[in-house]
Design a protein around this ligand. Sequence first.
Ligand code: 4NP
Length: 148
Amino acid sequence: MHAPRSILFVCLGNICRSPAAEGAMRAHAARAGLDLALDSAGTGRWHVGEPPHPPMVAAARARGYDLSPLRARQVARADFSRFDLILAMDAQNLADLRRLAPAGSAARIEAFLPGGATVPDPYYTEDFEGALDRVEEGVAHWLAQLAA
Ligand code: 4NP
C-alpha cells in the first residue's frame, strides 16, 4: 500500500478523543513537514454539529493543539473511500468501523494505539491529561510509521 496521505480519527462522540488526535496530529505533522489530510468523526450522532467538549479544548490548548475550529460529525459511508487510513480510538470503535465498512472499501482500518490499546474516554473518566498522553503516544507511533 502507498503511504497514507489522508487519515480519519474515529471515537464514539467525536467531541473528546478523536478531535484531540486530529489536533495533535495536525500540529506534529506540520512540525515534521508532512502534508496530510486529517479529519475526525464519531460512530455516534449525539453531538453532531457541536464543538469539542470544552475541558478537552482547554487541555489540548495547553499542549499547543487548537481544537476550536472542529465540529462533530458522524462517520459516513463515503469516508471509507475518501481516507487511506481510518484509526479507531478503542476496540468498540474498531469493531463498529469494520462492521460499517462497505465491502471492498479501500481504506485501511486500524487501532490508533499500538497493540489495540484503548484511549480511555475522558468524557466519562474526566482524565483529560491521561487521554492526551495516550493521544500523543498514538500520534508519535503513526508519525514514525509515516516517516518509515
Ligand atoms: P469521545 O467521548 O468518544 O471521546 O468523543 C464521548 C463523548 C460523548 C459521548 C460518548 C463518548 N456521549 O455518549 O455523549
